[in-house]
Design a protein around this ligand. Sequence first.
Ligand code: PEP
Ligand code: MG
Length: 532
Amino acid sequence: MSLSGVGVSPGQAEGPRIVVATDLHQPENGPAPANPAGEADRIGPAAARVAARLSDRARSASGDARSVLETTAAMAADPALLASAEQLVREQSLPAPRAVWDAAAKFMAALEAAGGYLAERARDVADVRDRIVADLLGVAPPGVPELTSPSVLVARDLAPADTAGLDPELVLALVTEEGGPTSHTAILARALGIPAVVACTGVLAADSPGLAVDGSAGTVSLADGRVRAASRKPRAEWDGVGALSDGHPVKLLANVGSAADARAAADAGAEGIGLFRTEFCYLDATEEPSVEAQRAAYAAVLAPFAGKPVIVRTLDAGSDKPLAFLDMGDEPNPALGVRGVRVAFERPELLDRQLAAIAGAAADTGAELSVMAPMIATAAEARWFAERARAAGIARAGVMIEVPAAALCAKEILAEVDFVSLGTNDLAQYVFAADRQLGAVAALNDPGQTALLRLAGMVAEAGAAAGKPVGVCGEAAADPGLAPVLAGLGVSSLSMNSAALASVGATLRAIDLPGCREAAADLGSRECSCRF
Ligand code: PEP
Ligand code: MG
């Protein structure tokens, strides 16, 4: 039997199937245990097992991950939480899993009511609660299980924090039921070089010990669970020059989110950083890092690019990239809510601290700094951001064009800033009204379609008229089939995961500017190929 989805990261691999458990729901409050004292006695050992597993993992981790695991282990052993749960079993005859759930709810409510730092701890209590409840129920705890041998991971979808922590040596391939070509699962899988298929309906229910995954064709077949030689995409031959065959320059830059990404990008020949997703440094942070800590984290990423251009994007939190230290409350449509730069409008001091840290990191490393704001919708917003960046002593300020209104007003926006960069992932999501995380509409998020490319062309034209650079840093830039079209539309730089640099670079070296313009001329024939 074979299943099909959308191939988002090339390569083939076959191995045992490991399912990532989805979130736990509130356990039933019955039937009442026959022996409440015995039921209550199950809680302590379950919590001790959870604490021991977390402490084991903490020992093999480092940095922030280590301290998060140590804190969570200590919480799992918290006698107050356990005593409260045991009391609920004894006095109200609740089953142990429900008693732990209810006891944790009381602790979380108290922490949230206290506000500030303590409110942030509520999330940790929920994590501990889920682990103890899963142990009592005998099911896998939510999140990516610890892999001990090479496996194919299967999930409904993965949070950025889960995907960022994947070890490419152990994760042979990744298959999700949800997600689209521009979801963060897909982006990170490509960055890690892990073959991946998203929007693969039925893969969670598929009853088979193993899976064979073709991340290029977008197919998944049932297999016996033995590991077969994984083939990852061979590297194309690229001479390292970001230019077309006639010498017309198209800067080839890297998208990075960590120091390891930046080193890989420098090794792969990136001419600079076109998108540093700063939020990826803090996916696990439960409180805002100090300016000094931010400065050190950013400097570690910029270090391999001393003397080279780097574009650092200010925090793009919210919607598909929640950050624990920014409580955004519940929104009915988070992708349309307070995300990206909109958080800074409400809390400008957060942005100012980040800009100070970014400026410091550039001074520490000698990188040639530009900063860029995500989710700008109007020229006034662009002006607000540029003024703040300049006040922080940063000479070059730009914005992302990822909201359709910003693309339509590119001329006015370019009058306020030094450059723009097209975020085709969100731009596609908003142009096609298709959630980038939802498998059912994945085909609409294919960036090679007329509507999206037409907008990109309009922005490039506005850039040429203003004499200011227009880059692309969405996933469209990593597609060797689209790179000549984007160059033909007038885009001056392409920024992508470092694994894509060689194939995009080699493709561009083989075509001249008139060839690219010809490729760009026929936008009307580019339609979503997956339906109708
Ligand atoms: C984009 O939206 O195209 C982009 C590059 O930003 P992100 O994928 O981080 O939202
Ligand atoms: Mg975006």
